[in-house]
Write a protein that binds this ligand. Structure first.
Ligand SMILES: Cc1cc2nc3c(=O)[nH]c(=O)nc-3n(C[C@H](O)[C@H](O)[C@H](O)COP(=O)(O)O)c2cc1C
Ligand code: SF4
Length: 423
């Protein structure tokens, strides 16, 4: 069963005419002509749709926080920064079915009384940007954007904004700073964007995938959406399967789908029939799962949290037993060190020291006390001590790699080489 990818294989689905032939913009028509804004919010709330950008916050609830005050200018910011390592799903929606993203944005805008929306795209996604811009042009030509949409009193403009390659600009307040034309530094919350976001006005920041699910929910109803997934994690989700598997790719699956089946049935198993060592289930920020943990967990918010990790962005990275975990962690630690914006001491210093210590273990200079030092640093980076969650996101993989694969770190320190003999 597919919701987001239902028409993915239809030739020319990126064009307005084909999208409309497949039922596109009927949800928008229903919303604008038959529903009040609060009814739209209540359908989305009832559907149980949760944010697909990482944090999983209920979408309808977020929209309901936007003040009704008509003197305020409200904004929708569609987050297409997609910079979490291992994640490549929003790109498919923006490039191949751009009208589903636009329709979701227009519906959300109507629900919160917004008349100007932005799509913040990852800078490297040139094809997404041109597909979205073409789709916006088509919408203007067919009264789906601009003044008097579909002959109603509702008006909306959508602009595409191109990011410049910073992971931190995917964090919602970093994104807002970047869009405001200042350095992409996150801001302290509260106030939350729904109250004071872009230009200090009420702002909804939603992920591309979250918004693209909205037209189907409106068209088919909350109850239909809740038939898929689990009770607490309803609906479907895009999962990006990467690593040495036979069929890597992006797959739409009902939430609650077994991770084992994603890897072995859909993914075709590991290349060269390698043995599974571990899985990072929700983008590089997630705690790693051992093979044993991964093979019994289901892909939904609650099951992954109970397993000590998270669903995150849905970036599922498969790790074979031929992979040195110290080496892999050094790549992840480098990423977070490079992407820390440097505002907060625990993050700026912590990410730097973590990379240095992990590299020194990898390069034969490790000391016995380094493992405890790493865990001390990761504990000082977590628990709300920083402006944004990048510090926590940087600490989680390091902590879980070291705790769950401690013997590999100890082997490197003691023998000045890898147990696999690759370093
Ligand atoms: C360091 C960091 C990077 C993030 N990067 C992204 C991103 O690339 N795309 C995204 O949608 N959300 C990202 N998020 C989550 C956003 O802050 C925000 O929660 C999300 O866009 C809200 O949309 P949603 O409720 O639809 O998930 C990031 C968060 C953090 C802490
Ligand atoms: S936690 Fe890190 S990335 Fe986030 S604001 Fe602080 S220094 Fe910047």
């Amino acid at each position: 069963m597919k919701i987001l990818f239902e028409h993915l294989e239809v030739p020319q689905i990126h064009t307005l005419s084909t999208y409309k032939e497949k039922g596109g913009y009927q949800a928008l028509e229903k919303v604008l002509k038959q529903m009040k804004p609060e009814e739209v919010i209540s359908v989305v709330t009832d559907s149980g749709l949760r944010g697909r950008g990482g944090a999983g916050f209920p979408a309808g609830k977020k929209w309901s926080f936007v003040p009704k005050d008509p003197s305020k200018t409200k904004y929708i910011l569609c987050n297409g920064d997609e910079s979490e390592p291992g994640t490549f799903k929003d790109r498919i929606l923006m490039e191949q079915i751009p009208h589903s993203v636009l329709e979701g944005i227009i519906i959300a805008a109507y629900a919160v009384d917004c008349h100007k929306a932005y799509i913040y795209s990852r800078g490297e996604y040139t094809e997404s940007i041109s597909a979205l811009e073409k789709a916006i042009e088509e919408c203007h030509a067919h009264h789906l954007l601009g003044e008097a949409i579909l002959g109603t009193k509702f008006s909306l403009d959508i602009h595409v904004f191109r990011g410049a390659g910073a992971y931190i600009c995917g964090e919602e307040t970093g994104l807002i700073s970047s869009l405001e034309g200042i350095k992409g530094w996150p801001k302290l919350k509260p106030p939350f964007p729904a109250i004071a976001g872009f230009n200090r006005q009420p702002t909804v920041v939603n992920n591309v995938e979250t918004l693209a699910a909205v037209p189907w929910i409106i068209q088919n109803g909350a109850a239909a959406y809740k038939k898929y997934g689990t009770e607490k994690s309803p609906g479907t989700k895009l999962f990006c399967l990467s690593g040495p598997v036979k069929n890597p790719g992006t797959y739409e699956l009902p939430l609650g789908f077994p991770l084992k089946d994603l890897i072995y049935d859909i993914g075709g198993g590991l290349l060269n029939n390698a043995k599974l060592k571990a899985v990072i289930p929700g983008g590089a920020s997630a705690h790693v799962l051992t093979a044993e943990e991964a093979l019994k967990v289901n892909l939904d918010y609650e099951s992954l949290a109970a397993a000590g990790s998270m669903l995150g962005s849905g970036g599922v990275m498969v790790i074979p037993d031929t992979q040195c975990m110290v080496d892999l962690l050094s790549v992840i630690a480098h990423f977070f060190k490079h992407e820390s914006c440097g505002q907060c001491t625990p993050c700026r210093e912590g990410t730097g020291w973590l990379e240095k210590i992990i590299l020194s273990i990898l390069h034969k200079r490790g000391r016995e006390e380094d493992i405890d030092l790493i865990l001390n640093i990761t504990s000082n980076m977590q628990g709300g001590r920083t402006v944004c969650a990048l510090a926590d996101a940087a600490a989680w993989p390091v902590e879980s790699f070291v705790k769950k694969f401690r013997s590999e770190f100890e082997y490197h320190i003691k023998n000045k080489r890898c147990h696999l003999n690759v370093h």
